[in-house]
Design a protein around this ligand. Structure first.
Ligand SMILES: [Zn+2]
Length: 455
């Protein structure tokens, strides 16, 4: 039930008056349905929409025909929690505070990282809360278990369905949930539907033999318990594979990820078709599609996501129907404004991203992965990165000219760059926000363990 209805039945004079006024305003200007779709773990450069040769994203391409879109958006965070908290508040991870925190990285002790959820009480009003106050019926359907109540991410939704594990609310199950929500949504209230499509997130499905454009990769290489001694995944990030083994591994994960990105796009197509068939989300409907982060597929010797600011981890698509996007990199947290207002704010948040270490995984991979504290900002084709590795005393400051070095292989000097001081300020804030100051929330730890993020 929306706030307007709650107010209207409250029976107190002043409250009823407020409710009636709101209802009258709604009658004057009908509010459009709003749909926000996050393609979890979908990096731009693997999309045929963005130039990939394999046909990985036919449905995004079809949607783009009717939308303003970019392949040059920058995810606000490096993994699900910080990015979704940004999509739901319009704030950066430094502002909303929901991200990985740690106190143990400096002594390299192997103590566990923890995550700080989006504040459940007294935090910034979420997109669902703000639209709920305007009379919207609000629904969240997530194939990613991290988008959960324990993370503070379902605050404000009237209805929430979240997968218990990756793979549980995908394909047919997700489409059934979307259809059920559309059928039961009150016809006299505008709808806000949030959908997280997690098919591109590990665990990946095996490529079927008849795919044609994708070779059958070996999914066993990527089993989620990846921190066992002698596990190929672990040997990969620790640099223990021979050149031949590494090349075979690279080919497999390239194929698996491309195929599972295609699966995410197929589910997207079915969600959009379900919307059309339902009669909701008509002409004036606001549809925003983006991704919360990418995936490292061997670049810089790394796999997975969540602890890096490299392009592979943070460059994502952003598509919107009914609003215009500017040229150049844009912070994908503006999905919040595009969904709420149907427009970008007058003052844009610059594209910046930051990441914190996963201390335990860093320790278990002997300091080869999951270890850095990093911050990055974009300035046209220039990208500036500040990063402090676990074993390093001094941070590295790098500049890349993405127009000639899109793979970030040749760091240039950032000395004298007009935005260097801004990067250093950002880095100082990232370091200052790394420590834990809150009580540990056991439900958060349990939710991450269930999702496979904690061993
Ligand atoms: Zn994610």
């Amino acid at each position: 039930m929306s706030n307007v209805k709650k107010l209207a039945v409250a029976g107190l004079g002043a409250t009823v008056l407020a409710g009636v006024t709101l209802l009258a305003m709604q009658d004057a200007t009908p509010q459009p349905d709003v749909v926000l779709i996050v393609l979890d773990t979908v990096r731009s450069d693997y999309l045929s929409l963005c130039g990939e040769a394999r046909p990985t994203s036919p449905n995004l391409e079809a949607f783009a025909q009717t939308a303003s879109w970019t392949c040059g958006a920058v995810a606000p965070g490096s993994w699900t929690l910080p990015s979704h908290a940004s999509f739901f508040t319009g704030m950066t991870p430094l502002e909303h505070g929901a991200h990985e925190i740690t106190s143990g990285v400096k002594d390299f002790s192997g103590s566990s990282s923890r995550s700080r959820p989006l504040k459940k009480k007294g935090g910034p009003p979420t997109l669902a809360q703000q639209l709920g106050r305007r009379g919207y019926h609000t629904v969240a359907l997530s194939g990613n278990p991290v988008v959960s109540e324990s993370m503070g991410l379902t605050r404000g939704f009237d209805e929430t369905t979240v997968a218990e594990k990756f793979g549980r609310l995908a394909e047919d199950d997700l489409i059934d949930a979307v259809t059920a929500s559309l059928t039961s949504a009150p016809a006299d209230e505008p709808l806000f539907l949030f959908v997280n499509i997690a098919e591109a997130h590990q665990r990946w499905e095996q490529v079927p033999a008849n795919m044609g454009w994708a070779e059958a990769g070996d999914r066993a290489l990527l089993k989620y318990a990846k921190l066992k001694e002698n596990d190929p995944w672990r040997q990969y990030v620790e640099g223990q594979l021979s050149a031949e083994e590494q090349a075979a591994f690279d080919a497999d994960i390239d194929s698996l990820y491309a195929y599972n990105t295609w699966r995410a796009d197929q589910t997207l197509g079915r969600v959009l078709a379900a919307l059309e068939e339902s009669g909701r989300c008509g002409e004036d409907c606001r549809v925003v599609i983006t991704s919360d982060h990418g995936e490292m597929l061997g670049e810089h010797g790394l796999l997975d996501h969540g602890h890096y600011v490299w392009e592979s981890n943070v460059r994502v698509p952003l598509l919107v129907r009914g609003a215009d996007l500017p040229e150049g990199p844009i912070n994908a947290l503006h999905a919040f404004h595009l969904a709420r207002d149907g427009a970008l704010p007058a003052a844009l948040t610059p594209p910046v991203v930051m990441s914190w270490p996963h201390v335990r995984r860093c320790y278990m991979t002997r300091g080869e992965a999951f270890c850095a504290t990093s911050a990055a900002l974009w300035d046209g084709n220039d990208k500036l990165i500040w990063t402090l590795e676990a074993k390093a005393v001094e941070p590295r400051i790098m500049r890349f000219d993405l127009s000639i070095d899109p793979d970030e292989e040749t760091p240039l000097s950032a000395e004298g760059h007009p935005r260097l001081s801004e990067l250093l300020e950002l880095a100082a804030a990232v370091q200052a926000d790394a420590g834990e100051e809150d009580e540990v929330d056991q439900s958060v730890t349990e939710a991450l363990r269930a999702a496979g993020y904690l061993e």
